[in-house]
Design a protein around this ligand. Structure first.
Ligand code: MSP
Length: 512
C-alpha cells in the first residue's frame, strides 16, 4: 500500500524556531496522526534548509563554521519538535550527503536533457532574499518582498527551462484542481503562469555555501532548486534512502507550505518534476500567516512568539489545539495570549476537563470505578455521521471544522449530564446512573480518540483515567473503526476508572 506522504517546508536555519514554523509542523503532525489512526501507513517529513549566503552570513556572525552552525540550529528545531510531540518519520538537512548526491545527479541529468543550459543573467538582485526580480516586479527600485534596495547584477548562470513548462503546468492545474489548495489561492498562480514564465537562473557563482555543480564547480545550485529536491531525496529517489522504495512513497500527497512560498511549490517544483519525468504531488496547500497582537512578528519589535515558552505556560496540548482552533486553516490570523487563555479555560478546562472530572468522580463514588457498558449511546448514536463530517473536514484540511464537530459533542454531553443531574440520584437509582455514566464514559473515550491527533498527551491521560489499559496510539484505530460502524467497543480492561487531578487546571487571567 502506498504510504501517505506529507511534508512541511524545510525551515531556514538563520532563525530560531518560532510560532510560524510550529504552525506548519503541528498541522502536518495532526494530519499524519489522523491518517495513522485510520490505519494508513504514513511517511511524514520535515527538516532544515541550510545553504545560501544568508546562512553562511549568519554562521559568520555567530563565529561558527557554516556546518557547525547549521547543525546546531537544526538541533534546536529537532528539540522543539520533541517538545511539541511531532511524530515525523524523518528529518532531512540539505547539507547531508544523501541530499547532495541527489541534487548533483538531478542537475547533471537535466543538463544532459537540455532542460538546464548555460547563459548569462542580468537583473535586480535582493541579497537578503537571494532572489532576482524582473523590472515589472520591483517596487520603486526596492525588493517587492522585503522592501530593501536591490542591486543590478550580471553573472554567468545555468538556467532551468521553466518557460517550456508553461502550457503543461496550466494543463495540470486544469486537470487537477486539488493541486492548488485552497482554491482561493489558485487564481493567483494560474494568472502568474499565464502571464508568461521566464527561464529560471538555477546556479550562482557569487555564493560559495551551497552544492557545487559537478561538471562546473565554480557554480553552486540555487538554494530553492536545492531545497525543493529534498522531497524526493527523503523519499528515496536514486536510492538515496536505502530500505525505502521510492514508488512506495512518491508522489507526495500533501506539501504543506505557508502562502509566501506557494509559488515556488506550485510552479518551479512541478516543472522540475516534469523535466525529471516524475509524477507530481497530489496537493500543495498554502496556509496563512500569524500576526501577534495585531502586529507583524519581528525580532526588532521583540514580539516573536516562542513555542517552547507557550508550552511551558499552557502545556503542549493546549498550544497545539489553540493554533488549529483559533483561525480557519488557510486564512491569516492573529495570535494573542489572552485568546489562548480564554480557550484554555472555557473549552479545555471547563468543557472537556469538567466532563471527564464529573464522570470519573461519579463512577468512582457509585460503582467503585467499574465502568458500566455503553453499548447503546444516545450521544454517540450518530457517530458514523459525525465521523463522515470529520473526515470531510480533514480532507479539506479544515482543522477548525474538525474541532467544531468535536466540541459540539462535548457541549451536548455536558448538557446531557446537567439535564440528568446524576448527582441527585440515590443508591436506589443505580440502573439509571449506570446508563447515564456509561453513556458519558463512552463519549469520553470517543473524544479521547478524536482529539488524539491534536492533543496526543492529554488524550492518553484521559484514556488511562477511563480505565483503559492500552493507549489511544495503539488502540485508537480499533475504536475509530467501531465508531465508523456506529458501535461503541466493549470495555476491554478490568482496570478501574480513576478520579485524578483536573485534566486542565483553570488558569487566572493575565493582566493585559
Ligand atoms: N526554506 C524555505 C522553504 C523551503 S521548502 C523546500 C522557507 N523557510 S522559512 O523558514 O522561511 O519558512 C518556512 C515556513 O514557516 C513557511 O511555511 C512559512 O509560511 C512559515 N512561517 C514563517 N513565519 C510565519 C508566520 N508568521 N505565520 C505563519 N507561518 C509563517 O521559506
Amino acid at each position: 500500500m502506498k504510504k501517505f506522504y506529507i511534508t512541511t517546508p524545510l525551515y531556514y536555519v538563520n532563525d530560531v524556531p518560532h510560532i510560524g514554523h510550529a504552525y506548519t509542523t503541528i498541522a502536518a503532525d495532526v494530519v499524519a496522526r489522523w491518517r495513522r489512526l485510520n490505519g494508513q501507513p504514513v511517511f511524514f517529513l520535515t527538516g532544515t534548509d541550510e545553504h545560501g549566503s544568508k546562512i553562511s552570513d549568519a554562521a559568520a556572525k555567530a563565529g561558527e563554521t557554516p556546518q557547525a552552525f547549521v547543525n546546531r540550529v537544526a538541533g534546536e528545531f529537532k528539540k522543539l519538535w520533541v517538545t511539541l510531540n511531532i511524530s515525523n518519520d524523518d528529518f532531512i538537512q540539505t547539507t547531508q550527503e544523501r541530499h547532495k548526491k541527489v541534487v548533483q545527479a538531478v542537475f547533471e541529468k537535466l543538463k544532459a536533457s537540455d532542460d538546464i543550459y548555460k547563459g548569462t543573467y542580468e537583473g535586480w538582485y535582493c541579497v537578503p532574499d537571494e532572489t532576482y526580480f524582473s523590472e515589472s516586479e520591483i517596487v520603486a527600485g526596492n525588493c517587492p518582498v522585503c522592501g530593501r534596495p536591490l542591486q543590478k547584477l550580471r553573472e554567468e548562470s545555468y538556467f532551468f527551462r521553466l518557460s517550456k513548462y508553461e502550457q503543461p503546468l496550466l494543463a495540470h492545474y486544469a486537470a487537477h484542481p486539488e493541486f492548488l489548495s485552497p482554491t482561493l489561492r489558485a487564481n493567483e498562480i494560474m494568472n502568474f503562469v499565464k502571464s508568461g514564465l521566464k527561464d529560471l537562473s538555477a546556479t550562482r557563482t557569487r555564493v560559495s555555501w551551497g552544492i557545487q555543480v559537478p561538471s562546473d564547480p565554480s557554480h553552486v545550485v540555487y538554494v530553492w532548486v536545492d531545497a525543493l529536491l529534498n522531497y524526493i531525496t527523503a523519499a528515496g529517489y536514486g536510492a538515496s534512502a536505502p530500505g525505502m522504495r521510492f514508488d512506495e512513497v512518491w508522489p507526495a500527497d500533501i506539501h504543506l507550505v505557508g502562502k509566501e512560498i506557494f509559488r515556488f511549490h506550485t510552479v518551479i517544483w512541478p516543472a522540475m518534476l516534469m523535466a525529471l519525468g516524475l509524477p507530481l504531488p497530489r496537493r500543495v496547500f498554502a496556509h496563512g500567516w500569524w500576526t501577534v497582537d495585531g502586529a507583524k512578528m519581528s525580532k526588532s519589535v521583540g514580539n516573536v512568539v516562542d513555542p517552547a515558552k507557550m508550552c511551558a505556560e499552557y502545556g503542549v496540548d493546549a498550544f497545539r489545539y489553540f493554533l488549529l482552533r483559533e483561525v480557519p486553516f488557510g486564512a491569516d490570523g492573529d495570535f494573542s495570549e489572552k485568546s489562548l487563555l480564554g480557550r484554555y479555560n472555557s473549552e479545555l478546562a471547563n468543557n472537556l476537563g469538567n466532563l471527564l472530572q464529573r464522570t470519573c468522580t461519579l463512577l468512582v463514588k457509585n460503582f467503585d470505578g467499574s465502568l458500566p457498558p455503553a453499548s447503546q449511546s444516545r450521544m454517540l448514536g450518530d457517530a458514523s455521521r459525525l465521523l463522515a463530517r470529520i473526515e470531510k473536514a480533514y480532507d479539506g484540511l479544515a482543522f477548525g471544522e474538525v474541532l467544531e464537530e468535536i466540541i459540539g459533542l462535548m457541549v451536548k454531553t455536558n448538557q446531557y449530564i446537567d439535564e440528568m443531574a446524576p448527582w441527585k440520584l440515590g443508591p436506589d437509582d443505580k440502573d439509571k446512573l449506570a446508563v447515564i455514566l456509561g453513556e458519558c464514559a463512552g463519549v469520553l473515550r470517543a473524544l479521547a480518540v478524536l482529539l488524539w491527533p491534536f492533543m496526543p498527551t492529554k488524550t492518553e491521560e484521559m484514556w488511562r483515567r477511563l480505565g483503559e489499559a492500552g493507549s489511544v496510539e495503539k488502540d485508537g484505530s480499533l475504536w475509530l473503526n467501531s465508531l465508523k460502524a456506529g458501535r461503541i467497543p466493549d470495555v476491554a480492561s478490568e482496570q478501574k476508572v480513576q478520579k485524578g487531578d483536573p485534566l486542565f487546571m483553570r488558569k487566572s487571567g493575565k493582566s493585559q
